[in-house]
Every structure is written in C-alpha cells, then in structure tokens.
Design a protein around this ligand. Structure first.
Ligand code: FAD
Length: 472
C-alpha cells in the first residue's frame, strides 16, 4: 500500500494506490487459506479462484455433492477482477450479440440474451439463499449520452437491441430531463434505462461465495500457482493435481499460462473512489437510488454510488501493457489516475472539491473477436470460460452453470448457447499487439475529444478503430 499525492481539480488528496482494491478496505485483505500440500487427485480441478471458478464449483457441488473439487488459486480467492470490478451485476451481453448471430443465428443470440437477464436474478437468488450480504440493490442501469454523437449512437443502437431480445420494458430511451430526475450528469443530452442491473460490492460477493463453496466441501488451495494445464493434470508450484476435468478459469490472467499468451488480451481497467460526498454534493447530483451509470464515450466510463455514499468510477485510460503484462496488486499509473479524475469531474462537477481515497487497476480478458466463450473438450477433460470483455460479473454465473451441465453431460438449453465451444483466432504477436491496442485507444480518446466539440456524427476515427479492433 502506498500513499500518493495528487493534484485534484480543487483539492489535493492522498490516496491509496493498489492494495488490490478499495472493496477490501472494510474487511481487510483476506488471510490466505493453506496452499496445496503435495500431489493429489480429485474429480474436478478448477484453475483460478474468481467468480468463474467459484460459480462452477458452487453449481457442480450443488448438483452432485459427492464430487471431489479443488480450486487452485495463485493468490487468494477474489484477488483478480472479481474482487476489483465496478460492481455492475448487469445483463449486458459479453460481446456484441450480432457477432454470436454471425456464427449461429439470431434466435441463438436472443437465447443468450434471455439467459443474461435471468442470470442477474439467479445471482440475487443465491445471495439471498446463502445469506451473502454484498450491498446489493437492483435499481437498474443508465447509459448516459453526454454529446450529440453519443446520443445518436444510443438511438441507432435501439433497433439492434430490440432485434436481440431487448423489449420496450428492458431498455427505454429517456430525455435529458427524465434522466435529471434520477441523476444529474453534466452535459447529458439523453439516456437509456434498463432495469436489468444491480449494484454489488464485489469483494463481499466473491468472498462470500468462496466461504459458501468451502462450507459445501470444495477445497480451496491459495498461494498455489498453476504453471501448466494438461489433459487430466494441473501442475502447480506445490504439487500435481490429477483430475478427470481441469477447468481453466483465469480470464485476464490466461496469458500467464504456457501456450496461451495470445489467446485473450489482458485488458486493464482502472477505478477511483471518492471520499464520502457531503450532502450538498448529493443535493446537486441527485442519484438517490443505486442505479449504475455509464457514459457512451468510446473510452467508456462506468460508475456506481457505493452503499457508503461515495462515487466509484472506472475506465480504460491505459488499456494494455506490452507483452500482455498486468499490474502489481492493483497499482495504477499516474496518467490513469489523472484521466479518471478529470472524467469524474466532467460527469459530476460537484466532485471537484471532493478528495479521492483509493485508486486501483485490474485485468479482464478480451478475445480477438470480442466475444466470450465457454467450453469443454470431452476427449481431454479440459474446460474453460472467460473473455467476457468487461461484462463478467453476471456472465461468470451463466458460465459456471453451463460448465456444470457440460461436465455432468446434461443436455440442457445452456449447452447449446452460441458462446459454447466458440473458438477464435489469436491476437497478433508483439510489438504489433501493443502498437495496435495502444493506437486504437489513442484513437478512441481522440474521437471522444473531437465529439465533445463537434456535431452529432460519430467520429470517423472511432469508426475506423472499431473496424480494425474487431470490437463492433
Ligand atoms: C477494474 C475492473 C472493473 C470491472 N467492472 C465490471 C463490472 O462492473 N461489471 C462486469 O460485469 N464486469 C466487470 N469487470 C469484468 C469482471 O470483473 C471479470 O470479467 C470477472 O470478474 C472475471 O472473473 P474470473 O473469475 O473469470 O476471473 P478473475 O476474477 O480475474 O479470477 C482469476 C483468478 O485466477 C488467479 N490466477 C491467476 N493466475 C493463476 C495461476 N497461474 N494459477 C492459479 N491461479 C491463478 C487470479 O489470482 C484470480 O484470482 C471489470 C473488470 C475490471 C478489471
């Protein structure tokens, strides 16, 4: 943990940088569970103790209590994106539905979307049944347009959303004045509201779920790094684990495994959180509910009002580090902090005089076609799930249930969803990968700047960047 002096817009603050994330401030970084104590064998070995691994273990053990399951985790359960995210438990699909429809069909893409709607409520159901208090409040999601070009994109997106299962009640356009009755976002020209989203406190969710699966009899070995995954075998720093099924649940950390460096790009996303806002600031902003708020910029900012009266805001200021590397325990770069601070003040001017208490970063997984996948090769017993492109909080639950059905050979609707077994080409080799991703995000930021002062057209730079990146 280190304190950093930063010049805020109207206030200098000392903030904590990294230390995994703000979400652990209340509870403290969990004490590590014991590491694996030598070679062993189980029915299912899960590599990675984030939400993908934990949900998979939860549903497998619920379905078949006698299964022997081991979770192998390099740090502690919840160390990764699952304990660092923005807390949007949303029904946003993990990638463009149009893309899934290209390889399957529109009806399959619609099924995936319907499962995402249902998954939000499934998570809430489990939290209630298992008595996990993760500061949940389901007040929906506001996509806010802060420029005419963002508004034009929102409006243009509506027919596409309708085509893929978003009915009138699932996504509604709001005027600027409708929006301001809920939240006052500076310069907002309109918004779209979806009820399918709940605010969660990420560390409480992942930590609570880890305790539940442990109570169910799943072994969680922490401080245990998996160095190689082979058919029926996970090789760790503390011994070899033989298993009928080995499930890779590493998302943004996948590049750390041998042979998988170019599979999913480890994309950085960073967040800042303010000190508690004074009531005068809340009077100015409104936001009495717990709606999640995001803008429609190409650089995309996402926010939540925390249960303790702060604003947490995230974005992708410096999205990628050379050679698919990632942060050290969540430490951010100072340019990232500055960009997020400015974004926050731009959206909510009342925060100009409010200090920032914590900044952190994390990695999420981005496949070359920006679409998630879940799969199991029955011949080798190797399974995987991830590449949720920043929409993993809900998708991990759906992925965990899907992996369960695949492992148990159940012929359910889940195992025929269009993300099952999806394979995509690898990312480019370095330095092309670094140059491409850095240039694309520079282009997106330039496009956002241009759109702030221009008419209602999406900047041509962004359209070109979308084409090259494969993002839309
Ligand atoms: C800053 C940020 C904000 C985000 N905000 C949102 C949001 O608001 N809503 C949303 O839907 N999604 C969001 N996401 C994405 C979402 O958090 C992730 O997609 C999701 O948590 C992925 O879960 P996971 O279990 O697959 O991976 P992770 O949570 O990353 O878990 C992987 C685990 O594997 C462990 N590990 C790594 N290497 C090894 C190894 N070699 N051996 C063993 N273990 C290893 C790690 O320590 C980690 O615990 C955000 C991501 C970030 C980084």
């Amino acid at each position: 943990m280190r304190g950093v002096q930063a010049i805020n817009l109207e206030k200098t603050s000392t903030y904590i940088d990294g230390d995994v994330s703000y979400w652990y401030r209340g509870s403290g970084i969990p004490q590590r569970r014991p590491a694996l104590a030598g070679d062993t064998s189980v029915d299912v070995a899960v590599v990675g103790g984030g939400l993908t691994g934990l949900w998979t273990a939860y549903y497998l053990k619920s379905a078949q209590p006698d299964l022997r399951i081991a979770i192998l985790e390099k740090e502690f359960a919840g160390f990764g994106a699952s304990g660092r995210n923005g807390g949007w438990l949303s029904a946003e699909p993990p990638g463009e539905l149009r893309r899934y429809a290209e390889t399957d069909d529109v009806a399959s893409a619609v099924r995936l979307q319907k499962e995402m709607f249902a998954a939000v409520d499934e998570v809430l159901r489990v939290l209630e049944v298992e008595r996990i208090d993760a500061h949940v409040q389901k007040d929906g999601l506001l996509h806010v347009a802060t420029t005419p070009s963002q508004q034009a994109r929102l409006v243009k997106r509506m027919p596409r959303m309708r085509r893929y299962g978003w009915g009138e009640q699932d996504l509604t356009l709001l005027s600027a004045s409708d929006l301001s009755r809920r939240v006052k976002v500076a310069g907002a020209v309109g918004a779209a509201y979806s009820p399918h989203c709940a605010r969660i406190q990420p560390a409480l969710l992942v930590r609570g779920l880890a305790q539940v699966v442990e109570r169910m009899g799943v072994a969680i070995y922490e401080g245990t790094e998996v160095t190689q995954v082979q058919p029926s075998l996970a090789i760790t720093t503390h011994g070899r684990v033989r298993a009928d099924f080995v499930i890779r649940a590493l998302e943004g950390f996948t590049a750390g495994l041998e042979g998988l460096k170019r599979a999913w790009l480890p994309m950085n996303s960073s967040m800042i959180v303010t000190e508690p806002l004074p009531s005068s600031a809340w009077d100015e902003i409104g936001w009495q509910g717990a709606e999640l708020v995001g803008d429609e910029a190409h650089g995309f900012a996402y926010c939540q009002r925390t249960s303790d009266g702060r604003i947490a805001l995230g974005g992708r200021a410096v999205p990628y580090r050379y050679g698919s590397r990632w942060d050290n325990r969540g430490e951010t770069m100072s340019t990232t902090f500055d960009q997020l601070r400015v974004q926050l003040a731009r959206l909510f001017p009342a925060t100009r005089s409010v200090g920032i208490e914590h900044a952190w970063a994390g990695v999420l997984g981005v496949p070359r076609d920006w679409c998630a996948s879940v799969g199991l090769d029955r011949a080798t017993g190797l399974g995987w799930a991830g590449g949720y492109v920043g929409h993993g909080v809900t998708s991990t639950n759906l992925a965990g249930r899907t992996l369960t059905d695949l492992v148990l050979q159940r012929e359910t609707d889940l195992v025929t969803l269009p993300w099952v077994g999806r394979k995509v080409r690898k990312w480019e080799v370095e330095p092309v990968r670094w140059l491409a991703v850095r240039s694309l995000y520079l282009a997106y930021h330039a496009a956002d700047r241009r759109e702030r002062v221009s008419n209602s057209k999406t900047s041509a730079i962004a359209t070109l960047a979308d084409l090259i990146s494969g993002r839309r």
